[in-house]
Ligand binder design. Sequence first.
Ligand SMILES: Cc1cc2nc3c(=O)[nH]c(=O)nc-3n(C[C@H](O)[C@H](O)[C@H](O)COP(=O)(O)O)c2cc1C
Length: 280
Amino acid sequence: MKRILGIVASPRILGNCEILTRVIMDAAGSNNKMEMIRLTNLDIKGCRACYTCLPKEVPCVIEDDLNFLLDKICVSDAVVIAAPCYILGPHSCIKKLQDRFVSIGNKYEQFSGKPCVTLTTYGAPGWEGYTEPALNLTARFLNLNMVDSAVFLGAHPGEVIESPDNLKRARQLGRALFDPGYERTAKANECPVCWSNILKYEGKNIICPFCGTRGEIKVEGEKARLVFYPKSDHRFSEEGRRRHFDAFLNGKKQEFLNKRQYYKKLQSPYRNNLYWVTPD
Ligand SMILES: Cc1cc2nc3c(=O)[nH]c(=O)nc-3n(C[C@H](O)[C@H](O)[C@H](O)COP(=O)(O)O)c2cc1C
């Protein structure tokens, strides 16, 4: 018996994310223990930028439901993460959660390698925006083993399962969770490291804004194609995390502590700011 956790980042009861998460979990096999969490119902507070959590042994000091969620992921054998597209990106509860991942950037071993699939729902053709690669960051920063991710079109609650193709794809994701032989089909022109199809451009060079992989646009006659040069020490690799969450952030914290008085001076002309307004 395996434990599967479904994390649903939609407030909509019996909405598309909820139903597809169920379809995926049910397809993963019989006799599994299933649990679902509606992320929008959890109390996940915003990161306070205190950086107290940087040492490996110090958890986030904010008291809310983050640890409940992380503990549930820890005891799961596989995770399904679902989010609807809201204004071209994932529902804001996903960003709020991701912001808290500074606290687990160097404490990810407990989640490492658990198979994960993600699903994005969206309602307007062509309006899926950056939802899928942004949602996938959730799994990447937890160091889950991303097996596959998919995007499903459907506006009304339940509309996604009107399409037999959607149901088929969701069941495929479910079966993939515990299938070591499953091979995901790469999409054209996606980043080979994090699968993002969103890019930044520097002349003819391309940069994946999510994992930082660089590449270039190769023009051959009338045709252009993207060529990526993946590196093993990318942002989500062990080395990449150590560089950012241990070396860089701790270095910045120490720098701030050393230059505290200097920054106080820099800030001083702005200290008597009378422009702030608040609701009554
Ligand atoms: C506030 C809000 C913003 C939305 N923005 C988008 C959007 O930018 N692009 C899009 O394709 N659909 C958008 N939608 C539609 C939802 O993504 C779509 O209905 C989705 O299936 C909802 O999934 P759910 O039923 O699991 O909540 C939006 C819906 C809401 C409520």
